[in-house]
Design a protein around this ligand. Sequence first.
Ligand code: PXP
Length: 245
Amino acid sequence: MPIALYVNIDHVATLRQARGTQYPDPVWAAALCELAGADGITVHLREDRRHIQDRDLHLLRQTVRGTLNLEIAPLPELIDLACALKPNIVTLVPERRQERTTEGGLNVAAQGKELEPLVRRLQQAGISVSLFIAPDLVQVRAAEQLKVPRIELHTGYYCEATLVHGQQEVAKAELERLAIAAETGVGLGLHIAAGHGLDYPNVRPVAALPGVEELNIGHAVVARAVMVGMQAAVREMIEILRTVS
Ligand code: PXP
């Protein structure tokens, strides 16, 4: 099976919110991503609504033809919203108001008790739940204990190392950490996604990791789309992914 690409379109909404206009519309962007071959769309509804708005979610639920993956913090009001919306996947992510973007993974090992009722509510609504975690075996095992079907491994540590000159050894070690986490997850019966910070030059080794089935990629694709157009940006990413699967 080729690896699936879910394009995160949050930053199309960031551009819109910067001026309070109606454009660019993330709903249009989602349609263009799918027309270009993306397997699905990912959006993060942040508590402060800094980019994606509730209106976007409702329209996306009606228009996205592939997988709709909604990222939310594990907060009761957002769980209510997700249960009513019924995206295909809800990915639970940690969220801090001050952060520029999601900074770390969920500490499932420490927060299992609080997460469990929220996970069950989503599952009762027929939603496939994923947990965004660091590539740590403690977290992978804790996710399996919570009986979720899927996890998303945080690739941010690997990606950061690929950006800094002279950090190749760190990047290699982070990639190995991702490989071990993915292998362990697969062994526990979990579906494995990965994402955060992935870009055209650094995506290939992650896409090639055994067991990784889905990638969530946002900022790099939207940034390229500003230059070459959304469909071209998505197609370029898919071309790279095809060379590894
Ligand atoms: N996966 C998760 C859980 C995220 O929170 C984000 C950022 O919203 C992404 C993937 C996409 O990250 P990026 O925009 O760096 O590609």
